[in-house]
Design a protein around this ligand. Structure first.
Ligand code: NAI
Length: 293
């Protein structure tokens, strides 16, 4: 039996949070978009507007539908805005301590029956659930980036997740027009367990001087038919998120094959996080690869 979801709260208005808000509002849900930073909420709302303008220009829907969807989204820089939500999806940074703090602060504001979900890319759902007041109403709903374009959502149950939470999440994913794949609760689930070691290996390939940024990305685009090279994809995901996922894999599976490449660590330490900071393996002010050594 599924629980009726009408109003959705999203914590984190970054690239994933604003994408999730976008697809939920288009599917007819009321959405509250929360972030610690009012500037990030404003930027998130502006991104949603810009992405919807592009979708209208492509003929996916009309201007009226866009306006109706936008009118369903409101911003809130405190958790009190989430007290009516039936489903709250956390999409803040990929740091376990940040997520734990958010859950301890947000839970007292939520309706007892509200479902709490996390968009984590890699962290244990069971462990995160245990830091909330509702492990049975906690689940992983893992969207892919960019949310408005990507079809897949991974659904991950924690050990305590009850059937109603799982069924309601499946119904929600279907209503927003996505397809779910169910993953067991293992480090980085399925997509990132496979994808991130490939990206990390591309970074080692660069680090060891086997090829340039351009050569590695061209090789994988034209040689493996990937739509985007692995280094370009890493910049797109965010190098901080890539590093966090590799650390979760390395610690969680205790296998040296998941060791994050030192060059990835160095870039994150430099604050070169990819597209979101205008610099990563590419320089987005000029779209040129930056030096690596
Ligand atoms: P991002 O860096 O673009 O956005 C994170 C947002 O969280 C920022 O706006 C930040 O201000 C906000 N935030 C930080 N602490 C907060 C708090 N205490 N309360 C409310 N908001 C807070 O990160 P991105 O890429 O959107 O990632 C978010 C989550 O989604 C992470 O868990 C990540 O692993 C996951 N994810 C990321 C994907 C990607 O390709 N980037 C793909 C799928 C999942």
């Amino acid at each position: 039996m599924a629980f009726e979801i009408k109003r959705i709260g999203i914590i984190g208005a970054g690239q994933m949070g604003n994408g999730i808000a976008h697809v939920c509002a288009l599917a007819g849900y009321d959405v509250v978009l929360n972030d610690i930073s009012p500037d990030r909420i404003r930027a998130g709302l502006a991104t949603i507007n810009g992405n919807m303008v592009r979708q209208v220009a492509k003929g996916l829907y009309d201007e009226d539908e866009k306006q109706r969807a936008l009118s369903r989204i409101s911003g809130a820089d405190s958790y009190t805005g989430l007290d009516d939500a039936d489903l709250v999806i956390e999409a803040a940074v990929e740091k376990e301590e940040v997520k734990r703090r958010i859950f301890s602060e947000v839970c007292p504001h939520l309706k007892p029956e509200a479902i709490l979900a996390t968009n984590t890319s890699s962290i244990s759902i069971t462990r995160l659930a245990s830091t909330t007041d509702r492990p049975e109403r906690f689940i992983g709903i893992h969207f892919m980036n960019p949310v408005p374009l990507m079809q897949l959502v991974e659904l991950v149950r924690g050990i305590a997740t009850e059937d109603e939470t799982f069924d309601s999440s499946k119904e929600f994913v279907t209503r927003i027009g996505k397809t779910y794949a169910v993953s067991e609760d293992f480090p980085a689930f399925m997509v990132n367990r496979i994808l991130l070691p490939m990206i990390n290996e591309a970074i080692y390939t660069l680090y060891e001087g086997v090829g340039s940024v351009d050569a590695i990305d061209t090789a994988m685009r034209l040689g493996a038919n990937h739509p985007m090279g692995p280094l370009q994809l890493a910049d797109f995901i965010g190098l901080d998120t890539c590093l966090s996922i590799m650390q979760v894999l390395h610690e969680g599976l205790a296998d040296s094959k998941y060791r994050p490449c030192p060059l990835l660590v160095k870039y994150v330490e430099a604050g070169w996080l990819g597209r979101k900071t205008q610099r990563g393996f590419y320089d987005y002010r000029g779209e040129k690869p930056v030096p690596t050594r």
